[in-house]
Design a protein around this ligand. Structure first.
Ligand code: DC
Length: 289
């Protein structure tokens, strides 16, 4: 990471254009006073390189200098937390494509473990039995997806039964500790957007950008119902969503909550595109927090 302080505007533009042409970087971050952002948007040469202009990042309020930072992928991370059905995974998949970074769905790890616990008819009240199942799993990350014992589990882990069991297995400290280790390792190795319940509060406390997606239980249930992953009625989905919210928010270890420095987005009246747009806008610095 390279951070340069500029007081001379001409030299700054010269350098930006030189960087864009010559240097090897994943993201050029231009951190400016608020008033300069629009000017930059107009004056920068067109490029396919990833340039983020922000009046927020790394700045003190009274600082009028401009900073350039060359960011390599290994330090670039975004977390998205929120309750079940808030649209995290759909939003994260789209953003990972736009920014050309990896996507880690941490819920899919708890779901995979829950799936194997159900297959092996394990008592979900027994932490030790669940740990034995976890010990038998080889969890790897490939093409933004979790592989377990060499297989992608896909829709098998998306049923209502697996959802409920995942919420239950995720309450145990030893299980979380093990899975969080794997999640951090994946995040260290990649530029990444990562979603879950504790991504911004626990897994990546120092993430570069943090978001918390929320929506009312009724709206979230309606979305789940429309996906029609199984034959559950709307009432049953709503009841389960409320039960999972209760379990995820009130558990002892790493409960679901908004990190203090996360941006709250309530999507009750927003579609997926609008949520994506808002997040990208914030990352690119067009919204000052
Ligand atoms: O995001 P999801 O619905 O796929 O997650 C399934 C369950 O896993 C959820 O009810 C709580 C748990 N979970 C967790 O405790 N921590 C995470 N980082 C992700 C999911």
């Amino acid at each position: 990471m390279k951070k340069i302080k500029y007081e001379n505007e001409v030299k700054l533009y010269e350098d930006i254009n030189k960087y864009i042409k010559d240097k090897d970087f994943d993201i050029l971050l231009i951190s400016t006073p608020k008033v300069m952002k629009e000017v930059f948007d107009d004056r920068l040469i067109k490029t396919n390189k990833n340039i983020l202009i922000s009046s927020r990042i790394l700045r003190n309020n009274d600082d009028d200098n401009v900073y350039l930072e060359l960011i390599t992928n290994d330090i670039y991370s975004i977390t998205v937390d929120g309750p079940s059905g808030s649209g995290k995974s759909t939003v994260c998949k789209i953003i990972s494509k736009i920014l050309n970074i990896e996507y880690l769905d941490t819920g899919s790890m708890y779901r995979s473990l829950a799936y194997f616990c159900l297959v092996e008819d394990v008592n979900l009240d027994c932490e030790e039995e669940i740990m034995n199942v976890l010990n038998s799993l080889d969890i790897t990350f490939e093409s933004s997806q979790i592989k377990v014992n060499g297989d992608f589990l896909n829709d098998k882990i998306r049923t209502n039964d697996v959802s409920m069991a995942a919420s239950k297995v995720s309450t145990y400290y030893s299980i979380r500790e093990r899975l969080v280790d794997i999640q951090r390792q994946i995040a260290l190795d990649n530029a990444i957007i990562i979603d879950g319940r504790d991504a911004g509060t626990n897994i990546l406390k120092n993430a570069d950008f943090k978001f918390y997606l929320d929506a009312s239980p009724e709206i979230r249930s309606k979305r789940r119902y429309d996906e029609k992953k199984d034959n559950s009625s709307f009432e049953k989905i709503l009841e389960d969503i409320k039960r999972r919210d209760e379990q995820d928010k009130n558990r002892k270890y790493a409960p679901l909550r908004k990190a203090e420095d996360a941006v709250l987005i309530n999507s009750d009246n927003m579609n997926i595109d609008e949520v994506v747009e808002k997040i990208i806008e914030i990352i690119r610095g067009r919204n000052v927090l």
